[in-house]
Design a protein around this ligand. Structure first.
Ligand SMILES: [Zn+2]
Length: 131
């Protein structure tokens, strides 16, 4: 029997299979083959899991609501821009300039329902996704 090559990174195989089970059972994970790669890579690259994202309709509803909410307040419809101090703090972004984002992160148990959806300008969405 050929000996199994293990990568230099050490991991607890019991923990590993528990994590695999958990991700396999997660409705939002759409790529089963990405799970191992994701875990072996230190659970950082969520792209590998192809986590289900918000559909266009959910995004549009969230966008409309947010834009309506700030209309008379002179604030940006990107909640993170609104908190800032630069010119963008009052900017109203177009729908296609924004990306749907999980209010409570998927990795922390947030789901992909409309309640958990907010739109962020693409800059802020990208900044958040890298964390
Ligand atoms: Zn922003």
């Amino acid at each position: 029997m050929a000996s199994l090559k293990v990568c230099s990174k050490s991991y607890n195989s019991k923990q590993m299979s528990a994590d695999v089970q958990k991700l396999m059972a997660d409705d939002y994970v759409t790529s089963a083959k990405g799970i191992f790669e994701y875990l072996l890579g230190g659970s950082t690259d969520k792209k590998l899991l192809a986590v289900r994202v918000f559909d266009e309709k959910t995004k549009r509803v969230a966008y409309k609501k947010q834009t309506q909410d700030v209309k008379d307040k002179g604030k940006s419809n990107c909640p993170l821009c609104a908190l800032g101090h630069d010119a963008n703090k009052a900017k109203i972004w177009e729908l296609d300039e924004m990306d749907a984002d999980h209010v409570s992160a998927w990795s922390k148990g947030g789901d992909s329902s409309a309640k958990n959806c907010q739109t962020l300008c693409s800059t802020h969405n990208r900044a958040k996704g890298n964390r």
